[in-house]
Unconditional design. Structure first.
Length: 149
């Protein structure tokens, strides 16, 4: 398995874990909401229900984000080789290594760290479209692109 596939699989694992966590939160809150309906009355009941509703709305938004990440991952093509950074590129810089995909944080493979970043993140926007040898400034630091795969 090549480096890009390995990083991709780590991103898929990240998304699946996140999805599982959100589904557990939704299920737990749904059960709590049903229990709240059966056993409570008065103001305390209304506050408890409102808080559970807010938690469920928050989890639903997170669920939407996870589905968007899944869609982004389906757009990564392992066969395409470009000279410019694009979705699915591995970018080696003098400041660190990046995998333009989803915001999954630090991934370690082959004893090397890579940061999985979305093309919509501030650093992802800076990397997108860059070529080997180009430089860009991010957070007051100049970064040089060493290689793109």
């Amino acid at each position: 398995m090549n480096l890009k596939e390995t990083l991709f699989k780590q991103c898929v694992l990240f998304v699946n874990k996140r999805l599982q966590t959100i589904e557990e939160v939704l299920s737990s809150n749904q059960k709590a909401l049903q229990a709240e309906t059966k056993s409570s009355a008065g103001d305390k009941h209304e506050i408890g229900r409102a808080m559970l509703q807010l938690e469920m709305e928050k989890a639903s938004q997170q669920l939407k984000g996870v589905h968007e990440m899944k869609i982004t991952l389906t757009k990564i093509d392992f066969c395409k080789q470009h000279k410019t950074a694009h979705l699915g590129s591995i970018i080696e810089t003098n400041q660190g290594n990046y995998f333009l995909s989803i915001s999954a944080g630090k991934l370690t493979t082959y004893d090397k760290n890579y940061f999985a970043v979305s093309i919509f993140s501030p650093i992802g926007k800076r990397l997108l479209g860059k070529k080997t040898g180009e430089q860009f400034t991010f957070n007051g630091s100049t970064t040089k692109i060493i290689a793109i795969a």
